[in-house]
Design a binder for this molecule. Structure first.
Ligand code: HEM
Ligand SMILES: *[C@@H]1O[C@H](CO)[C@@H](O)[C@H](O)[C@H]1NC(C)=O
Ligand SMILES: *[C@@H]1O[C@H](CO)[C@@H](O)[C@H](O)[C@H]1NC(C)=O
Ligand SMILES: *[C@@H]1O[C@H](CO)[C@@H](O)[C@H](O)[C@H]1NC(C)=O
Ligand SMILES: *[C@@H]1O[C@H](CO)[C@@H](O)[C@H](O)[C@H]1NC(C)=O
Ligand SMILES: *[C@@H]1O[C@H](CO)[C@@H](O)[C@H](O)[C@H]1NC(C)=O
Length: 352
């Protein structure tokens, strides 16, 4: 639980780092303005049933990230896809086929979601310690939060008490996961129906500070963009050449750190500093070097460009604060609580 002081600190300080302490307080970040019944979630929901839950998740995540540096990015994207479709209810984790023979986790964009194995590993350990109590949706949200911290991003408090959905939503995922070539109006619409304003949307896209992007999502920009016969005109010529070199076919991937690496190499520095969730994403957008069309589109709208510019020109603290708030808000979107849903025994399968 977080003391009132700590919550205020979280709101007004730049670094959102609070010691885990006493007393329930109304969360400052309105958890579910768009979702209805958020306050059935609480801090330390598992205090009696699984006291050391957060400790277990944190220590597992430390081990996982040591072995797989990209784990935080994979989990962050997985959580985004989960929360966006049907709420943060672990529906994305289900591998069971529904009556149409489809599962949400295989919907657009084309089976590139990863990180399921990390959730399974953490769930196994938790089932040993406190069998049948902790939902997969809570684990995904906690593991993602810890991954963000381990990737150098901000800490934010997470409420718990989510339950797992009994279905997955392939059709909805096909229709409502933002497309890599979506324009800003499409992107903003998909976020706004979930209660995120322009600035929060720009902050959330800052997740693209870390991880990798498949060339299959970039190459459509490099020639005959949207059937025009020409490359995407918003790509500066020197960057077009660079992307063509790095994406000779669909099988390659590009690091979201590309632009950091570029700068570092130019200065003859090691690339190792380019591993943290900082604000370089926004700096690259200001130079026209967004990897996806949807990324670069943030500079094509007055409000989103203003937010991206705020994040870029500061030392990273404005982004850290607003990203923390937006992630805390997304974590509570459309949650399943009370007697709805179930607590899955295995995250990829329904209990019965
Ligand atoms: C307009 C909105 C968005 C679009 C079009 C989009 C699209 C994509 C695409 C196409 C990829 C590459 C996937 C691959 O090659 O495997 C990707 C990667 C990623 N996305 Fe997004 N995304 C959006 C918003 C978000 C948000 C809101 C988050 C999280 C808060 C997020 C987190 C990530 C992360 C962390 C990766 C790297 C994954 C990895 O390394 O495995 N994205 N995104
Ligand atoms: C199955 O497909 C139909 C038609 O596309 C759709 O209306 C229905 O929601 C789908 N069912 C599930 C469980 O996805
Ligand atoms: C994704 O899958 C759909 C249907 O399975 C296919 O039509 C489309 O070309 C694929 N897109 C990419 C980028 O691989
Ligand atoms: C943005 O994308 C939507 C959906 O594809 C489309 O209807 C709209 O015309 C596009 N807007 C612009 C300005 O291109
Ligand atoms: C570009 O795409 C359009 C529409 O998909 C297609 O009709 C045209 O033949 C393509 N042009 C080239 C040069 O590939
Ligand atoms: C890319 O992947 C596809 C499908 O996995 C494969 O058929 C193709 O040979 C690969 N191309 C290259 C250049 O490796």
């Amino acid at each position: 639980m977080f003391s009132r002081n700590c919550v205020l600190l979280a709101v007004f300080s730049f670094l959102v780092i609070c010691p885990v302490t006493t007393v329930a307080a109304q969360p400052e970040v309105d958890p579910g303005s768009a979702s209805g019944f958020p306050f059935q979630l609480r801090y330390n929901y598992y205090d009696e049933k699984c006291e050391d839950l957060e400790g277990i998740v944190w220590s597992k995540m430390k081990t996982i990230v040591k072995l797989q540096h990209n784990a935080p990015a994979q989990l962050l994207r997985l959580m985004f896809h989960d929360c966006f479709i049907g709420g943060c209810d672990a529906s994305v984790l289900l591998a069971d086929r529904n009556e149409n023979g489809t599962v949400e986790r295989e919907a657009i964009p084309n089976r590139t979601l990863k990180g399921f194995n990390f959730i399974d590993t953490i769930k196994d350990e938790i089932e040993e310690e406190c069998p049948g109590v902790v939902s997969c949706s809570d684990i995904l949200v906690l593991a993602t939060r810890d991954g963000i911290v381990l990737a150098g991003g901000p800490y934010y408090p997470v409420l718990t008490g989510r339950r797992d959905s009994k279905e997955s939503f392939f059709d909805k995922a096909m229709a409502e996961i933002p497309r890599p070539n979506g324009n800003f109006s499409e992107t903003l619409r998909l976020f706004s129906v979930r209660g995120f304003d322009e600035r929060e949307t720009v902050a959330l896209l800052g997740a693209h500070n870390i991880g990798r992007i498949g060339c299959q999502f970039i190459r459509p920009r490099l020639s005959n963009f949207t059937g025009t016969g020409l490359p995407d005109p918003t790509i500066p010529p020197y960057f077009l050449e660079e992307l063509r070199r790095k994406c000779p076919d669909d099988n390659n991937t590009i690091s979201n750190m590309l632009n950091d690496e570029h700068t570092d190499t130019a200065r003859g520095l090691s690339v190792s500093i380019a591993t943290s969730l900082n604000n370089h994403y926004y700096k690259t957008l200001m130079r026209g070097r967004g990897l996806l069309f949807a990324d670069q589109q943030l500079m094509a709208n007055e409000k989103t460009a203003a937010a991206a510019t705020d994040y870029a020109i500061d030392d990273g603290n404005i982004f850290r604060t607003e990203f923390a708030h937006a992630m805390a808000k997304m974590s509570n979107f459309g949650v399943v609580t009370g007697s709805k849903g179930e607590v899955r025994h295995s995250c990829s399968h329904l209990n019965s």
